[in-house]
Design a protein around this ligand. Structure first.
Ligand SMILES: N[C@@H](CCC(=O)N[C@@H](CS)C(=O)NCC(=O)O)C(=O)O
Length: 212
C-alpha cells in the first residue's frame, strides 16, 4: 500500500465566513494547517493575490502543497476526510447512517444556502434601498420551514444528525445556524434546534476555530 500523503494544508480564512466550517473540521481532526487571511473586501476579496488562488474570490480556499485549491467549503471538508482519514467525524460507507450523513453534509450548504443567503442579503447585507421586503418575507418563510425540518427530521430523538456522534454533517448545518444568529434571525428557531446549536458550539474545536 502507498504511504499516506503528508499534509501541507493552507486555509484561506475570514472569521464568520464559510471557511469557519473547514477550520472547525481541521480542529476536530487535529490535522496540521496554516492560515492565510485575505482581506474580505466586497467585490474584490483578497485582491489579485487571492484571485490567483480562487478565481471566484470567495472564501474559503484550501490548498495542499502545489496544485489547485478546493474552493467549496463542503468539498474542502470531504477532501480532508478522504485524503487523511479515517476520522471519527465522518460516517463511513459501511455504517447504517451513511446516506443520512451525506444528505445533511450537503444539505447544510446546498438546500439551506438559498433562503439563508437571501435573508442575509435582504435584512443585512444590501444597502437598505436595495432590500426587497417580499424577498425577505419569502426567505424567512423558507428558513422557518428548514428549521422545522431540522427539528422534526434531523434531530428528533438525536443529539447529532448522523452516526450517533458529532460529524462533519453537524459542522455543515451548524454554520448555517450561525449565519441566522449573526443576522438576528435565530430567535424563532425551535427549542431543539437552539439546544443543538449550543451543544455544537460548546465543543473545544469550535472554540478554537471561531476564536479569531
Ligand atoms: N458554496 C460556497 C459559498 C462560498 C461563499 O459564498 N463565501 C462567501 C463568504 S461566506 C464569500 O466569499 N462572499 C464574498 C463574495 O461573494 O464576494 C462554499 O460553501 O464555500
Amino acid at each position: 500500500m502507498a504511504a499516506k500523503p503528508k499534509p501541507d494544508l493552507v486555509l484561506f480564512h475570514v472569521p464568520r465566513t464559510r471557511s469557519l466550517r473547514v477550520r472547525w473540521a481541521l480542529e476536530e481532526t487535529g490535522l496540521p494547517y496554516r492560515l492565510e487571511r485575505p482581506e474580505f473586501t466586497r467585490g474584490d476579496v483578497g485582491g489579485a493575490a487571492y484571485k490567483a488562488v480562487n478565481p471566484l474570490q470567495k472564501i474559503p480556499a484550501l490548498t495542499d502543497g502545489g496544485g489547485e485549491a478546493v474552493c467549496e467549503s463542503i468539498a474542502a471538508i470531504q477532501y480532508l476526510l478522504g485524503r487523511y482519514g479515517p476520522f471519527d467525524i465522518e460516517v463511513k460507507p459501511d455504517e447504517a447512517d451513511y446516506g443520512r450523513y451525506l444528505h445533511f453534509l450537503h444539505y447544510g450548504e446546498a438546500a439551506s444556502a438559498l433562503p439563508v443567503s437571501m435573508l442575509l442579503a435582504h435584512v443585512a447585507l444590501l444597502p437598505e434601498e436595495h432590500r426587497i421586503p417580499a424577498m425577505a418575507k419569502w426567505a424567512r418563510y423558507e428558513t422557518a420551514k428548514a428549521l422545522k425540518y431540522l427539528d422534526e427530521h434531523g434531530l428528533a430523538g438525536r443529539d447529532w444528525l448522523a452516526g450517533g456522534r458529532f460529524t462533519a454533517a453537524d459542522i455543515s448545518v451548524v454554520y448555517m445556524l450561525l449565519l441566522l444568529k449573526l443576522i438576528g434571525e435565530f430567535g424563532a428557531a425551535p427549542d431543539g434546534v437552539k439546544a443543538y446549536f449550543e451543544r455544537a458550539t460548546a465543543r473545544e474545536a469550535w472554540k478554537r476555530a471561531s476564536a479569531d
